[in-house]
Every structure is written in C-alpha cells, then in structure tokens.
Design a protein around this ligand. Structure first.
Ligand code: B4P
Length: 189
C-alpha cells in the first residue's frame, strides 16, 4: 500500500499535481480543501462554519477536518493507497494521522513538499482568482492564508523530518517537470 501526503503553501500546485499522482499510482484522492468546498456548496452545518473561516484565510478546526478524513478512509474500500492533498496542515493533524493509520495497520510512506517562492505563489493565486473566482483568492485573504501557513502549517515539516518522511520537491517549472520530480521521490521510497 502506498500512502502519500502532498504538502505545500497555498497555490504551490498540490491540487494540480494530485491529478497526475492518483492516475499514475491508482490512489484514492482525499483533498480536505475540495471536501470543505463541497460542504460549503451543500450548505451543511460544517460547510457554513468552514466558509466563515476559509473566507478569512483561517484554517478549519482540527477535529472537524480529522472527522472528514476518517469518513473518507472508512469508505476507501480495497484501495492501493491514499493521496492526502492539503492534509495534515497542523502538527496536531499530523500526529492524529499517524494514529488513525496505525489503527488501520497502515503507514504514511512519504510527505512530499512542493517548494515555491512566495512571490510566485501570490501571482498564481491572483491568476487563479481571475479564472475561478474563489472567494479565498483575494489579496487580503491570500495574505492571511500565508500567515496561517507560516505559524501553523510550516512546523509540520519538522514533524515529518523527525520521522524521515519529509521529501522536498522544487515546485517551479512545467507541470510535467514537477511531476517527474515527484515520481522520482515516490519511486525511490
Ligand atoms: P486548498 O484547496 O488545499 O487550497 P490551496 O492550498 O490554495 O491550493 P493548491 O496548493 O492545491 O493549489 P493549486 O494546485 O490549485 O485549501 C483551501 C482552504 O481550505 C485553506 O486555506 C483552509 O482554510 C482550508 N483547509 C484545507 N485543508 C485544511 C486542513 N487540513 N485543515 C484546516 N483547514 C483546511 O494551484 C494554484 C494555482 O497555481 C492554480 O491556478 C494552478 O493552475 C497554478 N499552478 C499550479 N502549478 C503551477 C505551475 N507549475 N506553474 C504555474 N502555475 C501553476
């Protein structure tokens, strides 16, 4: 079984590269961002709570996100493995992921971290705003997302370094070149 967490700052291309990874390695895709946006569009109680936070660039509380992950794992069937996109985003989420995988006799094989300079990230998100009009891609909210990333998400890197599961990948270049770098990591785990 192959279980990968795809990590990186907002706009680093996690969603973009996920599509290539799940196709090549036949993994079940779990994107907390996509699940939360789905809950928002369905106007569930969770979606209403998440929208308030996401529209201000904040993270959604760990317990809500973890519940979503457990539900997805329970419905994973006989999967080849899972690709976690945008999860874990806090050290607490990372610790809980280790526990819930262990409980299922599973293990996270690698955390692949897409590294992109902040100036390029801001430009990508503003470009996406003009195409997709996501409510969290405005200049003010992007700034707040980077602050959340620096204070709550970046420490996750040290967590995985300590487990020897951290694999940085240069996230600048063509989609194909970046995917080739990711494959090199996955094929050598
Ligand atoms: P996400 O949906 O995970 O959003 P993201 O970080 O902005 O996007 P991603 O890195 O996937 O970028 P993409 O491929 O689209 O999260 C949204 C929000 O949900 C969070 O801010 C948070 O509030 C909440 N949330 C999600 N997970 C959570 C968790 N675990 N805990 C708590 N809260 C959580 O790429 C961006 C743009 O760049 C695209 O337009 C793309 O076309 C472009 N691009 C991609 N690769 C490129 C390349 N190589 N060159 C040029 N452009 C490129």
């Amino acid at each position: 079984m192959l279980n990968i967490a795809l990590f990186g700052p907002p706009g680093s291309g996690k969603g973009t590269q996920s599509k290539f990874i799940i196709n090549k390695y036949h993994l079940v895709y779990i994107s907390t961002g996509d699940i939360l946006r789905e809950q928002i569009s369905l106007q569930t109680a969770l979606g209403i709570q998440a929208k308030q936070l996401i529209d201000h660039g904040h993270l959604v509380p760990d317990e809500l996100v973890v519940q979503l992950i457990e539900d997805k794992l329970n419905n994973g069937g006989n999967a080849n493995g899972f690709l976690f996109d945008g999860f874990p985003r806090t050290c607490s989420q990372a610790e809980i992921l280790e526990q819930i995988l262990k409980k299922r006799h599973m293990n996270l094989n690698a955390m692949v971290s897409l590294e992109v300079p902040q100036t390029e990230l801001v430009q990508r998100l503003l470009d996406r705003a003009s195409v997709q009009g996501r409510s969290d891609d405005t200049k003010e909210v992007i700034e707040a997302r980077f602050k959340e990333y620096a204070s709550k998400t970046m420490p996750v890197i040290d967590f995985y370094k300590s487990l020897n599961k951290y694999h940085p990948v240069d996230g600048v270049g063509s989609l194909e070149d970046i995917f080739a770098r990711i494959q090199q990591v996955i094929d050598n785990i």
